[in-house]
Design a protein. Structure first.
Length: 151
């Protein structure tokens, strides 16, 4: 019985718009990295959207202020608002989706802890635009002063 030999097959793709073959590593190096980068940017955008969504509600902002003082149960977080455990838990879930809070179950108690990393990413995003607006407002101030000195 003849023995089958395996040959190493080099994957090749045809170049779009030309007749030459291109090794698959060309596509990995040039197109896949851009796709991965875009995916990472989109994931960061989704996380940032979730953070700002969570911060848009005054109840959740107050819950974060309580957690800044230390760990609290979900019931303790809902107590100042006279809301049910289920209502407070829905707010905590929004905070968890944003990465602002982590929750652990200790017996029957759901204990929440503030996670500052998500706040730091939102702060970094805001600081970028703070610098942008400061520089533009400084330029506007200089132009207004020049106008005032001319008159």
């Amino acid at each position: 019985m003849p023995r089958l030999q395996r040959q190493a097959v080099q994957p090749r793709l045809a170049c779009i718009g030309c007749n030459r073959a291109i090794h698959s590593t060309f596509w990995l190096n040039n197109f896949l990295s851009a796709t991965i980068f875009n995916l990472m940017v989109e994931l960061d955008d989704e996380r940032l959207d979730a953070v700002f969504h969570a911060l848009a509600d005054s109840t959740r902002r107050t819950m974060l202020q309580l957690l800044a003082q230390g760990e609290c149960s979900v019931g303790e977080l809902g107590a100042p608002f006279r809301m049910s455990f289920a209502g407070a838990s829905k707010h905590v879930k929004a905070l968890e989706r944003a990465g602002l809070v982590s929750r652990t179950v200790q017996g029957r108690a759901h204990v929440c802890r503030l996670e500052p990393a998500a706040l730091a990413s939102a702060n970094a995003w805001l600081r970028y635009y703070e610098g942008f607006w400061n520089s533009h407002l400084d330029a506007l101030e200089q132009e207004l002063r020049r106008e005032a000195s001319r008159q």
